[in-house]
Design a protein around this ligand. Structure first.
Ligand code: UD1
Ligand code: CA
Length: 450
């Protein structure tokens, strides 16, 4: 059967106290909504409809970029009303639908897949977990192990409130029938809302039973405040670190390493303490990232050595055995095999040829305030310390640049030396005379009592 999903994301998220809609806040470098979209896709969903608030243009454009459709829920009248808003797009869908909340970044593809699997025989399925938290609706299960009804805590009797099984908010059903039941919902309850949670009871009246899939509470965490966002981040980091370690990545202090949702670390990559991986990083086997480095949009190949205190920005590509040392920043630059920039350097919009050596304090001056220009450094070149390479400029293979040079305009030929410095002037005895004069002046002032 074909699979579709409705992701509810029209809630106000007022407790975030943010201009940004709640589902756009990031966990592990990706918006919360992006995690939900990826997880339902992992469960084989091909059409995704995101239910959005009228003002949430940013959510709609993000959904579009991620290949999802969106609808507007004009008034926030409850989760059932929100799900029904997807009917114009999915009401005729030949297949199944899963409903999920857009503010739950930790739900895995496995849990969505298990919900689809459970409804193959039962007709419907919901996900539940065990908790005492009064924020959650209670899942009431009959003698046959099937769900009888879900009751919101505010509407629950004292007996129902004793139930520990809680509603996660994930529901799988046959699409056409689901939207039929959603259209029958009413708002006769404590919150005067159209509850999605009333759907299973309507289905039961039509002879369709609902299975209960139990999941871990850690997966079911919803984000409603900044504190919950931070808690979700911590949980996601734990998951990402465990996955990296299990796949053979070496980490000295995994609890201090920050990963992104898409970080690729090959087995036998080694990561030191306090390293941050922003999105888009690949580190190959045998490469080492030392303490306090920050990487984003970068590739580090076999046996390369990065840091400590290095910064790789988008477009940095460090080839095998190359070294990028402390306080070196690399942006949109390829550092070829075995090249070294070990200290205090900026390499932007550049190529550093194989085996080249970049001295401390070298700067590629890539920007004139209007445009960016390229610096090309050939294989085996040697750039003396504290040199400024004013782009566009080319240093050919094997050339030497004398320390402290400013190399502008003309290219430096293969195996040549270029040195640009003011002429040196030595004045014999000058320093001793200078000190004698100044000491005398100081003593005279002291005598005058100044
Ligand atoms: C809901 C469930 C509850 C469950 C809990 C799990 C209902 C009635 N209750 O309660 O059983 O235990 O989630 O976290 O479903 N939304 C819209 N439009 C609306 C209202 C909500 O899009 O009109 C979206 C929100 O953006 C959010 C999601 O639906 O992503 C859940 O809404 P929320 O109001 O947080 O539901 P709860 O009261 O927490
Ligand atoms: Ca909620």
């Amino acid at each position: 059967m074909k699979r579709s999903a409705v992701i509810l994301a029209a809630g106000m998220g007022t407790r975030m106290k943010s201009q940004l809609p709640k589902v756009m806040h990031k966990v592990a470098g990706r918006p919360i909504l992006g995690h939900v979209i990826a997880a339902v896709r992992e469960a084989g969903v091909e059409r995704i409809v995101v239910v959005t608030a009228p003002s949430a243009d940013v959510v709609r454009s993000y959904a579009k970029a991620e290949g999802a459709e969106s609808v507007i829920q004009h008034e926030q009248l409850g989760t059932g009303h929100a799900a029904a808003a997807a009917a114009p797009l999915l009401g005729d869908f030949e297949g199944e639908v899963i409903v999920a909340y857009g503010d739950m970044p930790l739900v895995t593809g496995k849990t969505f897949a298990a919900s689809f699997a459970a409804r193959q025989t039962a007709g419907m399925a919901v996900v539940a977990f065990r908790s005492d938290n009064p924020a959650y609706g209670r899942v009431i299960v009959g003698a046959d192990g099937m769900l009888t009804r879900i009751v919101e805590y505010k509407d629950a009797s004292a007996d129902d409130r004793m139930v520990k099984l809680c509603n996660a908010g994930i529901m799988a059903a046959e699409a056409k029938r689901f939207f039929g039941w959603a259209a029958q919902l009413d708002n006769r309850n404590a919150q005067k809302e159209f509850y999605l949670t009333d759907v299973p009871a309507l289905a039961r009246k039509d002879g369709v039973s609902c299975a209960v899939v139990e999941a871990q509470e850690a997966e079911m965490m919803g984000v409603n405040s900044r504190a919950e966002l931070a808690a979700a981040e911590a949980q996601m980091q734990k998951r990402l670190r465990e996955a990296a370690l299990a796949s053979g990545v070496g980490m000295t202090a995994p609890e201090t390493v920050y990963l992104s949702y898409d970080t690729v670390l090959e087995a036998d990559a080694q990561v030191g303490p306090y390293v941050v991986f922003a999105p888009g990083v690949t580190v190959k086997a045998g490469a080492e990232i030392k303490a306090f480095s920050h990487l984003e949009g970068a590739v580090v190949e076999q046996g390369a050595l990065i840091g400590p205190y290095a910064r790789l920005r988008p477009g940095a590509h460090i080839e095998a055995e190359a070294h990028i040392g402390n306080f070196v920043e690399v942006k949109n630059a390829r550092v070829e095999k075995g090249a070294k920039a070990n200290h205090l350097t900026y390499l932007g919009d550049a190529r550093v040829g194989a085996g080249a050596n970049i001295g401390a304090g070298t700067i590629t001056c890539n920007y004139d305030g209007f445009f960016k220009y390229h610096t090309d450094i050939g294989a085996g070149a040697f750039i003396g310390s504290n040199s400024a390479l004013v782009a566009p400029v080319k240093i050919a293979d094997g050339a030497y640049i004398g320390a402290g040079s400013v190399i502008a305009k003309d290219d430096v030929a293969k195996d040549a030396l270029a040195v640009v410095r003011g002429a040196r002037k030595d004045v014999t005895g000058w320093a001793a005379k200078f000190r004698a004069r100044k000491s005398a002046e100081k003593a005279a002032k002291k005598k005058e009592g100044k």
